[in-house]
Ligand binder design. Sequence first.
Ligand SMILES: [Zn+2]
Length: 379
Amino acid sequence: MSLLSWIDSVVDESGLWTRCHKCGAILYIKHLKKNYYICSSCQTHLQMTGRERLQSLIDPGTWQPFDETLSTIDPLKFSDQKTYISRLKDAQFQTNLQESVLTGTGLLEDIPIALGIMDFNFMGGSMGSVVGEKFTRLIEYATHEGLILILVCASGGARMHEGVLSLMQMAKISAALNIHQNKANLMYIAVLTSPTTGGVTASFAMLGDLIFAEPNALIGFAGRRVIEQTLQEKLPENFQTAEYLFDHGLLDLIVPRDFLKTALFETLKFYQKAPLKKKGKIPPSLFKPSNFLSEEKFRRKLKKQKLKKQTYRSALDTNAKANLSKDDLTSLTKVAESVFKKIKNKQNLAISKSKRKQKKLIKFNQKMFQSLNLFYNYY
Ligand SMILES: [Zn+2]
């Protein structure tokens, strides 16, 4: 046995060591985990599970998962060498996940966010109907609750075992995002990790208000060989890497994995303090149908409002006034005075608020100017 093959057998059997697929360095898994799965010798970002990524982004103890038990029903009865159901069961057993995506809410450095993470280890992170449904539910929840949305993508594309049903998810997620971003005016950040390809790139991965990517991540729609054969051209070495896309204006930022949480936090903090945000509205057709309890609450509220209007009208009525006694009149004038006071207070508050807003705007502009100045002086 040669020395290299002996090393390989030890690496495979021990479960303590692994090999970097780029530079071949042998890495101690415990150290690798601490270093966010970044190869210490060539800085390649190796594959990370969804749960590990969750731990690296969300504050401990704040994660609230959504739809953990949602699973597919194999609508096409698909089978190749194996049936789709048995492939799913194998993936579930290996990854301890129900599907290739984790969704939920949590705190990122005390800022509440809605987060979706794709796991490439589960059938190549492929997007089936469950992935689409989970993402759509998460986006709709974030829209209703006014939360910032972050989706971490790692996928080979749409899941071929579900045919057109998985392709449909592209439109479904994009439609939900349209309401989140353009109607409710809320922010969505897409984080692209290696690989982000196919239907995921062609839909929600490229729709982020801000698009972050990991260094040297493979991001594309069709494969390199297909494009080369179609165009009959040789493509550059770094084609479909994060750096290539960044140079061509498709990404906003390339962030190393160990810096991702800090970069997200800084962005969210900056976004929270921006004074020029316009509050959006959700179209009324998208409100969830009310249950018995909320209906009853609404009915009581309406009743109260009607009663208020009636008493106000009767007080205004001159005929009614003539019939009132002196005590009633004094109590009515007291009520009227208190109402006037309340209105005045509200007006004063509105004036001070607009003044405060102006001050905030000036401060923000000053800060922006300073940081831009610093930036241009630095480069
Ligand atoms: Zn390496």
